[in-house]
Design a protein around this ligand. Structure first.
Ligand SMILES: Nc1nc2c(ncn2[C@@H]2O[C@H](COP(=O)(O)OP(=O)(O)O)[C@@H](O)[C@H]2O)c(=O)[nH]1
Ligand SMILES: [Mg+2]
Length: 287
C-alpha cells in the first residue's frame, strides 16, 4: 500500500511586534526567525517545519508585520509577498497582543478574511496580562469580530499553550502524495541565510534605533576547519559612508562588540567554536 502523508501550511500574520517570530521559533523549537523589540525586524517570509512522526508535516510561515501606513503607500513589497501566499496556505494565525484590539488588528482581519481561509485568533503575551479575569470578556469581544475557528491565548515567550496551535490543525491537515519538505528539515532557509539572520539580529539588538533599516547581511563562506571549529565570513552592506561609520563605531568598537555577540550566538547554534570575520561595505561595491 502506498504511504500517505498529511500536510498543512499556516501563515502567521499580525501587526509588527506582537510576537510572530517568537511564536514560530517556539513552535519548531529552533531559532530561525529574528526576534526584537524593534519594529519591522522580519524582512521576508520565513518557513518553519514541524514534523510529527513520519507522516505529519505542519508548515508555518512567519511574515513581516503588516502596517497600515505601508500598505496604503502600496509600495510595500513585503506586504505583497505575504498576500501572494494567501492562496496556497490552509490556515491563518492572526496574532494579537494581550487584551487589545486595535484599528490595525481590524484592518488586518478585513484584509485576510477576503481569502476565505480558516482564521485562528491567537492572543499572545498572556504572561504579561496581570489580571487574567480580563481574558474571558476579551475572548467574547473577539468572537463577535469574526467567526474565528478558535481563539487561543498563548505565550510565545514562556511556551504556555503553544502546543495547542499545532493540535488544532493536526486533524485538519490534507492528504498529500509526498511530503512537502524532507522530514529532517526544520526550515527551508539555507544555512548561510540563517547565519546572516543571526548576525543581523545582533546588529539590531546592539545598535537599536541607530541601525539603518537598509542594511543587509550576507554570509559569503562557512568553512569547517575541523570538527570543533568553523570559519565564517560575512559582509554587512550599507547605503552610504554615514551608515558605515555608525556600524563600525569609534575605533571599530561597535562592530567588534556586535561581532562578539554574533559569534557567541553562532557557537550556540552550531555547537562548535566559530571564528567570525565581518566586513562592512557600501552597497554595489564588490570586495
Ligand atoms: N512577555 C512576552 N513578550 C513576548 C512574547 N512574545 C514575544 N515577545 C516579545 O515581543 C517583542 C517582539 O517579538 P517578535 O517575535 O520579534 O515580534 P514580531 O515583530 O511580531 O515578529 C520581543 O521583544 C519579544 O521578546 C510573549 O509571549 N510574552
Ligand atoms: Mg518578526
Amino acid at each position: 500500500m502506498k504511504q500517505k502523508y498529511f500536510s498543512g501550511t499556516s501563515v502567521i500574520i499580525g501587526k509588527p511586534n506582537v510576537g510572530k517570530s517568537t511564536i514560530i521559533n517556539k513552535l519548531i523549537n529552533s531559532k530561525i526567525s529574528i526576534v526584537s523589540k524593534k519594529k519591522h525586524t522580519t524582512q521576508s517570509n520565513i518557513t518553519g517545519i514541524m514534523n510529527i512522526g513520519l507522516q505529519h508535516q505542519l508548515i508555518y510561515i512567519d511574515t513581516p508585520g503588516i502596517s497600515k501606513k505601508y500598505v496604503y503607500k502600496n509600495q510595500n513589497k513585503t506586504f505583497r509577498n505575504t498576500m501572494a501566499l494567501m492562496h496556497s496556505i490552509q490556515f491563518i494565525f492572526l496574532i494579537l497582543e494581550k487584551t487589545s484590539w486595535t484599528n490595525e488588528d481590524e484592518y488586518i482581519l478585513n484584509i485576510v478574511k477576503k481569502y476565505l481561509k480558516p482564521i485562528f485568533a491567537i492572543i499572545n503575551k498572556i504572561d504579561k496580562i496581570k489580571s487574567k479575569e480580563h481574558l474571558l470578556p476579551h475572548i467574547l469581544t473577539l468572537s463577535k469580530k469574526h467567526m474565528f475557528q478558535e481563539i487561543i491565548p498563548i505565550s510565545g515567550k514562556t511556551g504556555e499553550n503553544i502546543h495547542i496551535l499545532s493540535k488544532v490543525i493536526q486533524n485538519k491537515l490534507k492528504i498529500v502524495p509526498k511530503p512537502t519538505f524532507p522530514f529532517d528539515l526544520k526550515t527551508n532557509l539555507d544555512i548561510k541565510s540563517i547565519v546572516s539572520e543571526i548576525i543581523r539580529e545582533k546588529l539590531i539588538l546592539y545598535l537599536g534605533d541607530e541601525l539603518p533599516y537598509s542594511i543587509q547581511v550576507s554570509t559569503k563562506n562557512i568553512i569547517d576547519r575541523n570538527i570543533k571549529t568553523s570559519y565564517i565570513e560575512a559582509v554587512i552592506s550599507v547605503n552610504n559612508t554615514q551608515h558605515k561609520k555608525i556600524i563600525i563605531g569609534c575605533k571599530g568598537k561597535k562592530i567588534k562588540l556586535c561581532g562578539s555577540l554574533a559569534r557567541k550566538a553562532l557557537e550556540k547554534f552550531f555547537n562548535k567554536s566559530i571564528y567570525l570575520s565581518l566586513k562592512v561595505i557600501k552597497k554595489n561595491k564588490t570586495l
